[in-house]
Design a protein around this ligand. Structure first.
Ligand code: ZN
Length: 283
C-alpha cells in the first residue's frame, strides 16, 4: 500500500511530468475500479481536458482537470500508477489508462482490483467514502505538538497504533510507517495512550515528523519509477526474525486488530497498565 512518503513522490512526479498535458483518450479495462459522479461516459468526459495539478489528501491522489473535473485515486492495498513514456512498455495488470497528448500514458494497475478511481465534477467530493472525514494532515501547519497532545488525550482509551493509523484523527499514517514511528519512539504498539506520559507523547510526536521526513527522503533519493514501492530503508517493517538495528534482539511480528505489526521487544517494551481495566474482567 502506498503510504505518505510514496504518495509525496508520486504527487511530485505527476506535477512535474503530467501537469499541463491534455487527455486524448481513456481506456477502461476493469470498470469495477470506477466510481462515477458524472452524467457522461467517462471516456467522453475526460477526453480533451487538461491536467492542471495533483495533490494528496490522506491516502488519496487528487488530479485536477480543466475544465472543472477531478480524478481522485485511492490505490488501496496493491494499486500502482505507471507512467508509460512514448516508446516505453506498459507494465502490470492495467485497469484503467489515460492517454496524453505527448503520446505517454498513465496506467492504474491493480491485480487485486481493490483500487478506486473516482471521477467527479470539481469539488464534489462528498460521495467519496472517507474523503471528507480525513483528520489532521500530519504534513500541515495544523499538526502542532499541542494539537497532537489534545488528540492523544481525546483518544486516551485507544491503543497507540490503532490511533496512529486512524485517518479520522491523523491523515494519514499507514501500517508500515506506523511500525517505524513506534520503533523510533520506543513504544510498544499495544500501549494505551493513557499510559504514555507527556515526555513519551512528545517523543511520539517527534518520531512522526522524523520518520516520515526520512521516508520521503529515502523514496526520493532512490529515484525509482512511480510504480516501485521503496521499502529497504525500513528498520522493523517486514523484518520478522532479523536483528534489531538498535539492540540486536529479534524483530517480532504480532497481530493488532487483524493487522500485522512489527516491533522490537527490547526497544519497545510493553507498558504496564497500572489501573485495573474493568472491561477485561468477566462479568
Ligand atoms: Zn531493539
Amino acid at each position: 500500500m502506498p503510504e505518505l512518503p510514496d504518495l509525496l513522490y508520486i504527487n511530485r512526479y505527476l506535477n512535474e511530468h503530467l501537469a499541463g498535458r491534455s487527455v486524448t483518450g481513456c481506456e477502461i479495462r476493469q470498470p469495477v475500479v470506477l466510481r462515477l459522479a458524472i452524467d457522461q461516459p467517462p471516456e467522453e468526459m475526460l477526453a480533451g481536458r487538461k491536467i492542471v495539478s495533483s495533490r494528496i489528501r490522506g491516502p488519496f491522489i487528487r488530479v485536477l482537470l480543466s475544465p472543472g473535473a477531478e480524478v481522485i485515486l485511492n490505490l488501496m492495498l496493491a494499486g500502482r500508477l505507471q507512467h508509460q513514456k512514448p516508446g516505453g512498455k506498459a507494465e502490470g495488470y492495467r485497469c484503467l489508462s489515460l492517454f496524453l497528448d505527448d503520446s505517454s500514458a498513465l496506467h492504474l494497475c491493480d491485480q487485486k482490483l481493490m483500487a478506486k478511481v473516482y471521477i467527479v465534477p470539481e469539488g464534489k467530493t462528498s460521495s467519496i467514502p472517507r474523503y471528507d472525514e480525513q483528520g489532521t494532515d500530519v504534513l500541515s501547519a495544523q499538526f502542532t505538538f499541542d494539537h497532537f497532545e489534545e488528540l492523544s488525550t481525546r483518544n486516551r482509551r485507544k491503543q497507540v497504533r490503532v490511533f496512529l493509523t486512524d485517518q479520522r484523527s491523523l491523515s494519514a499514517i499507514g501500517n508500515a510507517y506506523a511500525d517505524e514511528i513506534l520503533f523510533e519512539a520506543g513504544i510498544h504498539p499495544k500501549t494505551f495512550l493513557r499510559n504514555l506520559d507527556s515526555a513519551m507523547i512528545r517523543r511520539l510526536y517527534g518520531a512522526i515528523g522524523d520518520v516520515l521526513a526520512r521516508g520521503a527522503d529515502a523514496v526520493r533519493s532512490a529515484g525509482k519509477p512511480i510504480q516501485v514501492k521503496v521499502r529497504n530503508h525500513m528498520k522493523v517493517r517486514n523484518r520478522k526474525g532479523e536483528p534489531c538495528p538498535r539492540c540486536g534482539d529479534t524483530i517480532r511480528r504480532e497481530g493488532v486488530r487483524g493487522y500485522d505489526v512489527f516491533f522490537c521487544p527490547t526497544c519497545q517494551p510493553p507498558t504496564r497498565d497500572l489501573f485495573l481495566d474493568w472491561r477485561n474482567i468477566p462479568s
